[in-house]
Design a protein around this ligand. Structure first.
Ligand code: KIV
Ligand code: ZN
Length: 397
């Protein structure tokens, strides 16, 4: 089969980088449930855990390997034989196993985390890849803190690990430091200067410390990366990881980028809710794609435009991401058009004058009540005592 140069592989690390968040720990059965849903979503790789970190994580990787059929199951290690041996054992049942090993690549990490030198770290990186390759064919190497690493040294490291057998090279912006153009340039530099880069897929793994994880991931893809790493709802260390749902919907919404994934985007909303519930991590209402307000229109100007033609204020169809439906929220900022829409939905057809009157009384109500529900509207049109006038329900005619 011919390799599609525009296909982006989706690497989900909700169960590893996402699960590192304090309070988000999952049991093995919960992880299996999420892994099954990730498979249904169509991700290409599931990073199931860091097996050496705890017996529970080891067991989760074992059990996920048994149930997942299509996606590659990946296990994280540091660049040492002990970690790699444990990961190999945890992946024994995986149909498509991958070891994800790596080491720091920035001078900051080399000096202040490893108390080492560039030469020694490069040697350790190569040794780890060679050692993992003895047991597993598919090896991903991560150059931790690559976002802050010297690009020439990074290129040397990447070339050496590909020669040692790495099939995927992950260039993490571990601290969410880069600007999109800096990160994109780094990926392009590697693409243009690493002699054997065509033997591996470049992967982007961005953190969100400056709110740039998604933008940086897209910049990396525009400059030659073909694997994107992230989590559902963008959960992860500190400010989180790249949101998979955001990257996938950006690629879908902008065909000009010429890139595509095999994600079933209609599964996003349900999976987002499942991850949020199981990990006890609320999704902020204004979160792109899956937040509860992502398709809610509340100001009068927007509501009027939306009701005339949804595309005036909707660049993604809610149903494309499995979102129940767009909502027209009634607040004191809503216009007549929105009130008319809701009253008609409830079966009330008002003439111009009746609507003007109902709208006048609606504004008084909305100024005093934040959350206008259907019951309030029914009261508004039905109660003579409270509101002075009643209207006809066309559905009762
Ligand atoms: O952010 C990071 O650098 C990581 C690596 C372990 C891949 O999560
Ligand atoms: Zn990370």
């Amino acid at each position: 089969m011919l390799h599609d140069p525009n296909r982006v592989y989706v690497f989900d690390t909700t169960l590893r980088d996402g699960e590192q968040v304090p309070g988000c720990q999952l049991t093995t059965p919960e992880k299996i449930e999420i892994a099954r849903e990730l498979e249904a979503l169509g991700v290409d790789i599931i990073e199931a855990g860091f097996p050496v970190s705890s017996p529970g994580d080891f067991q989760s990787v074992v059990e996920i390997s048994k149930v997942v059929k299509e996606p590659t199951v990946c296990a994280l290690t540091r660049a040492n034989k002990g970690d790699i041996d444990v990961a190999v054992a945890a992946l024994q049942y995986a149909k498509h196993p991958r070891i994800h090993t790596g080491i720091g690549s920035s001078d900051m990490h080399i000096k202040h985390k490893f108390n080492s030198t560039r030469e020694e770290i490069l040697e350790r990186a190569v040794e780890a890849v060679k050692y993992a390759k003895r047991s597993v064919e598919d090896i991903e190497f991560y150059a931790e803190d690559a976002g802050r690493a010297d690009v020439e040294y990074l290129a040397k490291m990447i070339e050496a690990v590909i020669t040692a057998g790495a099939t995927v090279v992950n260039i993490p912006d571990t601290n969410g430091y880069c600007l999109p153009n800096q990160y994109g340039d780094k990926i392009r530099y590697l693409k243009e200067n690493v002699k054997n880069i065509d033997k591996a897929v470049i992967s982007v793994h961005c953190h969100n410390d400056l709110g740039l994880a998604t933008a940086n991931s897209i910049a990396g893809l525009q400059n030659g990366a073909r694997q994107v790493e992230g989590t559902i709802n963008g959960i992860g260390e500190r400010a989180g990881n790249t949101s998979i749902e955001e990257v996938v919907m950006i690629l879908k919404t902008h065909p000009i980028l010429g890139l595509h994934t095999k994600i079933n985007t209609k599964n996003f909303y349900e999976l987002s809710r499942m991850v949020s519930t199981q990990m006890r991590m609320v999704v902020q209402p204004n979160k792109a794609i899956v937040g509860s307000n992502a398709f809610a229109h509340s100001s009068g100007i927007h509501q009027d435009g939306f009701l005339k033609m949804r595309e005036n204020y909707e660049i993604i169809k809610p149903e494309d991401v499995g979102f129940p439906s767009a909502t027209i929220v009634l607040t004191a900022r809503s216009g007549r058009h929105a009130l008319k829409f809701h009253l008609e939905r409830l079966g009330y057809k008002l003439d111009k004058e009746e609507l003007a009157d109902a709208y006048h009384r609606f504004l008084t109500l909305a100024d005093n009540k934040l959350d206008i529900k259907d019951d309030d509207l029914l009261l508004l049109v039905n109660s003579n005592t409270l509101y002075g006038q009643s209207f006809t329900n066309v559905s009762n005619k």
